[in-house]
Design a protein around this ligand. Structure first.
Ligand code: MD3
Ligand code: FE
Length: 204
């Protein structure tokens, strides 16, 4: 794979800067628009009862969900409809970067508008966390905070921009991470602004 000069690895998180050029970003944004039209964004609640500021939906055979009963994957959108299929352009990025024959079960779609943020957390709702996670950023730039495999301790922050793709595997797969803020007006990719992050996961 052609290396981009500004690609970098931070605490085991591999970041491919602008892996997607503008045309590829536009294509993916259109395909995610179709997903959102079929499976509208909703506002999950934390187990503590608070509304999350990030709105979410999913594609694939299951979708990530949260309410007072906890975090989990569910087989249908809260509307009762099936989750739409994961778009081919998204599966192609997974295949290219992981080299795996196994395709992801879930593409979680996170939408950040206004002051949305995501607190520091670990991703461990999947049955086997040995599988990698792939993350695609589209739209406005976001401050991504990378911590440690334990809660607390020193962190490092970087900006994720539209078209950047991150791969989380090995020790980075169980690292605490979060999004501190999104900078409005840094991208014109999405109509109405904001940021979309896609995370591809093997769940079962
Ligand atoms: C590190 N999403 O959906 S993407 C999430 O930008 C999530 O919406 C953020 O954290 C976002 O769970 C961060 C980068 C990312 C994604 C998944 C990871 C970093 C990760 C899984 C394990 C470790
Ligand atoms: Fe996460």
């Amino acid at each position: 794979m052609a290396d981009h000069p500004s690609d970098l690895t931070v605490r085991g998180v591999r970041i491919y800067r602008t892996l997607l050029d503008l045309k590829a970003q536009q294509q993916m944004a259109r395909e995610i628009g179709t997903v959102v039209a079929q499976a509208p964004l909703f506002t999950p609640r934390t187990p503590g009862g608070r509304k999350m500021s990030v709105r979410m939906t999913s594609a694939g055979c299951c979708g990530w969900f949260s309410d007072h009963r906890g975090y989990r994957y569910i087989p249908r959108h809260p509307s009762g409809q099936d989750w739409p299929p994961i778009p081919p352009s998204v599966l192609a990025v997974w295949a290219q970067l992981t080299g795996l024959d196994r395709m992801p079960d879930c593409c979680l779609v996170n939408f950040y508008g206004g002051r949305a943020r995501l607190g520091m957390h670990q991703d461990r709702d999947e049955a086997d966390t040995a599988w990698p996670v792939v993350s695609v950023s589209l739209g406005d730039s976001a401050r991504f905070r990378i911590g440690n495999t334990y809660r607390g301790g020193p962190t490092q922050s970087i900006w994720l921009e539209s078209g950047d793709v991150a791969v989380l595997d090995d020790e980075a797969r169980l690292i605490y991470h979060g999004i501190d803020r999104v900078k409005a007006g840094t991208s014109s990719l999405l109509n109405g602004g904001g940021r979309i992050n896609l995370t591809l996961r093997v769940v079962y």
